[in-house]
Design a protein around this ligand. Structure first.
Ligand code: ADP
Length: 268
């Protein structure tokens, strides 16, 4: 409980920092974009041709960069939760089918992907694009844990968290009906010391430049904000299973596509 509290505090602090910076940065970007547009209009009245061409190229490059920066701040804002989650009723098996191609290409040729759906699966109440982001993060971790190949299994199911189980959790969720998604790899696994720290923001065992240490803390933050629960089982040299429990939605899943973001660029 002590560790969970420390981790929640750290996450909160990071959220505040990223949210604050992203917010101010975004204001600056608005100024920059406005300036670029004015320059663009002025350029139209420049008469020297070679200079005009150069300036227009520079203007368009800067505009492009500013747009990309705006996308980045949107991600930061989403991460810090200045932007609220947008939960809906999701058909999780369908979401996984829609993600299949993306997952296969993320995992590469050495890793076999197996998705085990559940015919009577309840619908989930969560933010679809955040859930997709979380599953991708977990798939990337699994890939990194299987440098020589292996198998990634994603299995869904209906579950009931009972009072005893809920009471044993460091941060209790209400007892009741949940949809479980279990993501298992046959990779290198984790020792106890690593396992104890995985949800800590910036904790990573990967070499510099490869890991940010934010993947699992993001997953954790998303699941907790969705009133769900996440648990990791791992054994060195055998593999890892991440179990995510998300609350059952009482409504039918929305008919439209579950995915709403192209996500290869959204990783970490
Ligand atoms: P990152 O992947 O950037 O290191 P994460 O928060 O996603 O950040 O993961 C933190 C650490 O947890 C990883 O560096 C790794 O040591 C461990 N880890 C996460 N997922 C797995 C996995 N599937 N198998 C083995 N170790 C894992």
């Amino acid at each position: 409980a002590e560790a969970a509290l420390r981790q929640a505090q750290k996450l909160e602090a990071i959220g505040q920092l990223t949210g604050g910076v992203a917010h101010d940065f975004n204001n600056l970007l608005t100024v920059i974009m406005g300036g670029l547009e004015t320059i663009g209009r002025q350029l139209a009245s420049t008469s020297e041709l070679p200079q005009l061409a150069r300036l227009m190229r520079a203007q368009s490059m800067a505009h492009h960069a500013a747009q990309r920066a705006a996308t980045l701040t949107a991600r930061l804002l989403a991460f810090s939760r200045r932007q609220p989650l947008n939960p809906n009723s999701i058909d999780l098996d369908r979401l996984l089918r829609e993600m299949q191609e993306l997952l296969t290409s993320t995992l590469g040729e050495q890793i076999r992907l197996e998705i085990v759906g559940n015919a009577g699966l309840w619908s989930v109440f969560a933010d679809a694009s955040e859930l997709e982001h979380a599953i991708l993060n977990l798939a990337v971790n699994a890939r990194d844990a299987m440098p020589n190949g292996g198998r990634l299994t994603i299995e869904t199911g209906n579950t009931w968290l009972d009072d005893d189980y809920v009471a044993s959790l460091p941060e209790p969720v209400p007892p009741g009906q949940y949809v479980l998604v279990a993501i298992s790899d046959t990779g290198i696994g984790m020792d106890k010391v690593t396992l104890d720290r995985v949800f800590e923001p910036f904790f990573t065992t990967k070499e510099t430049g490869k890991g940010t240490g934010l993947g699992l803390s993001q997953v954790y933050g998303f699941v907790r904000q969705s009133n769900g629960h996440v648990k990791i089982y791992s054994e060195p040299a055998h593999g890892t299973t991440v179990k995510i429990y998300l609350p059952r939605s009482q409504a039918e899943p929305d008919r439209q596509e579950q995915r709403n973001t192209p996500s290869a660029t959204m990783l970490k």
